[in-house]
Ligand binder design. Structure first.
Ligand SMILES: Nc1nc2c(ncn2[C@@H]2O[C@H](COP(=O)(O)OP(=O)(O)OP(=O)(O)O)[C@@H](O)[C@H]2O)c(=O)[nH]1
Ligand SMILES: [Mg+2]
Length: 517
């Protein structure tokens, strides 16, 4: 964390220096200033996909409250930022540059968003402040469907994602799809080119959305969705623009996040009733909400349950309660896990929030690099030197760069070591165990042994006389990663009570003693 803070401080200082040197070039100075401002703002994660792909529902599930509208209202046609704020607040930014505060209308523990009479085409964006802890790590942005029938509506999302005069509207994207089309891939490609550089997959995660519908309502629908997601992630077109594909049933996730004791009681009544009769009720929404039923639940209760969980969620919950899930919180946890939300949140942490400072520093440095290349200025040499110095001094930047290039065509990593290399670079998490492909909780001495073995392999690859220059350079980056990993592990072992004796025995070599302090 502190490392990240200093990195951003250094990048800020470099941008300030550049701003000074470009002060007579308003166009360039404007781009640099916009990027400089973004460094001080929270990260932005945008949800992008076709109309009705489930973006707003997933946003609500991520935030844990129904704040994004999921009906067909006009608000679904404007870009809306949801950011952390101590009290709820809605601000409309007009296309004319004006801003006005809209009244906050609460509903169902969440928000009912309205444009207050302004036509959608006159709204540049809405900014909602909401006091949810889940918004602390990133601002989440809901976008209008791409490739929607109204070209003006989809154009808003494209403009938002593309880096034009200013930086791109988002730092990372969750792309919701069931079957990505070339048009979608093009939008994502343009986003990446404008932010993290071509093939910088760390910035997009693909969600196979509404995953419960894949298996046409069967309880194992999510398993079927997992198979589809794996197939999708093997598609080179998808690989080229996305770090991972994960199936998520957003509606189920939202139900899990907002489940109440009352819901559990109603579900328990259904679970205790005659199975055949309940199965028949659950064939269609109409049947489930008919006035006359064999289960003692009012129409209102059943309608509310249907709204909150959907038929699939009700079926799955009943099955879980029958297997003995004892209360609302245990049921909520099961639903979250099965919905895929837990896994999506993990991926977002690994690929995005944990690396926030590096991602943003990388974007800023790339902008500076292109500015320097396109419009050389007096003193550019010093800026180039500053840029190089930062890159070299920040292993994470080199890691992200290599990780991105490794997944695009022509990976510089040797084919036989590529999977290991990507893992070491943090593709599956930046904790030592995740980098080494070992289970969380693996003892330090075992981690150290694995890290040393990896270091040996990668040193050999870096020194391979037959490897070309790009391959050797890439292997060198992984070598530095392994060294940093070892240094970190040594550092943790020298802390009081970390078992110095065991370490001595394990190390058996003093060449590294005294390092890592
Ligand atoms: N079965 C099922 N339905 C879902 C899921 N997620 C969303 N839906 C439904 O799909 C419809 C559209 O959901 P939204 O979340 O509004 O989708 P969106 O992509 O934001 O739609 P637009 O903003 O209008 O483009 C709603 O009726 C949701 O209840 C899901 O995981 N499973
Ligand atoms: Mg929506």
């Amino acid at each position: 964390m502190s490392e990240g803070t200093t990195l951003l401080d250094d990048v800020r200082a470099l941008l300030d220096d550049a701003l000074e040197r470009y002060r007579d070039d308003p166009a360039v100075a404007g781009r640099l200033r916009a990027q400089r401002r973004r460094l001080d703002e929270p990260l932005r994660l945008a949800l992008v996909g076709r109309v009705k792909s489930g973006k707003s529902t997933l946003l609500n599930a991520l935030v844990g409250a129904r704040i994004a509208p999921t009906d067909a209202g006009e608000c679904t046609r404007v870009v809306t930022h949801y950011r952390h704020g101590a009290t709820p607040r809605v601000e409309l930014h007009g296309t004319d540059g004006g801003r006005r505060t809209l009244p906050v209308r609460r509903a169902d523990g969440g928000l009912r968003l309205e444009l207050g009479g302004t036509p959608p085409e006159e709204v540049a964006q809405l900014v909602v402040d909401w006091p949810a802890d889940h918004l602390l790590s990133a601002t989440v942005v809901d976008t209008p469907g791409i490739a929607s029938l109204s070209t003006a509506t989809s154009a808003r999302t494209r403009t938002f994602l593309e880096a034009g005069e200013g930086p791109a509207g988002a730092d990372a994207v969750v792309f919701l799809t069931r079957q990505p089309q070339p048009e979608d891939i093009a939008v994502l490609g343009a986003f990446q080119a404008g932010t993290a550089g071509e093939g910088a997959l760390t910035t997009t995660i693909t969600v196979l959305s509404r995953a419960d519908e894949v298996g046409v309502g069967r309880l194992d629908a999510l398993l079927a969705a997992g198979t589809v997601a794996r197939r999708m992630s093997a598609d080179p077109q998808v690989q080229a623009v996305s770090a991972a594909v994960v199936p998520v049933a957003g509606l189920l996730a939202l139900a899990g996040r907002t489940l109440r004791h009352g819901d559990y009681v109603a579900l328990r009544a259904l679970a205790g009733a005659d199975q055949q009769q309940v199965s028949r009720m659950l064939l269609t929404p109409d049947r489930f909400t008919r006035p006359e039923t064999p289960v003692p639940l009012s129409v209102e209760v059943r309608t509310a349950l249907l709204d909150r969980l959907g038929l699939f969620g009700i079926r799955l919950s009943i099955a879980l309660v029958r297997t003995g899930v004892p209360d609302a919180s245990a049921l909520a946890e099961e639903l979250l896990h099965r919905s895929g939300l837990t896994e999506l949140q993990r991926l977002l942490r690994v690929h995005f929030t944990d690396r926030g400072p590096q991602l943003r520093a990388g974007t800023a440095l790339r902008l500076l690099e292109s500015v320097l290349a396109e419009d050389p200025v007096e003193g550019a040499d010093e800026l180039w030197a500053g840029l190089e110095r930062l890159r070299l001094a920040t292993p994470d930047l080199a890691e992200l760069d290599l990780l991105a290039r490794s997944r695009s065509a022509g990976s510089p990593l040797p084919a036989d070591l590529r999977a290991e290399g990507e893992r070491l670079l943090g593709a599956e998490g930046t904790a030592p165990a995740a980098r080494l492909g070992l289970p969380a909780g693996t003892p330090d001495d075992e981690l150290r042994r694995a890290a040393r073995a990896a270091l040996g392999r990668w040193r050999e690859a870096a020194d391979d006389p037959l490897a070309g220059r790009p391959a050797a350079d890439a292997a060198e980056v992984v070598v530095r990663t392994c060294e940093a990993l070892l240094a970190g592990l040594d550092g943790s072992a020298t802390e009081p009570g970390a078992g110095g004796a065991a370490e001595q025995r394990d190390e058996g070599e003093d060449e590294r003693s005294g390092r890592g302090q």
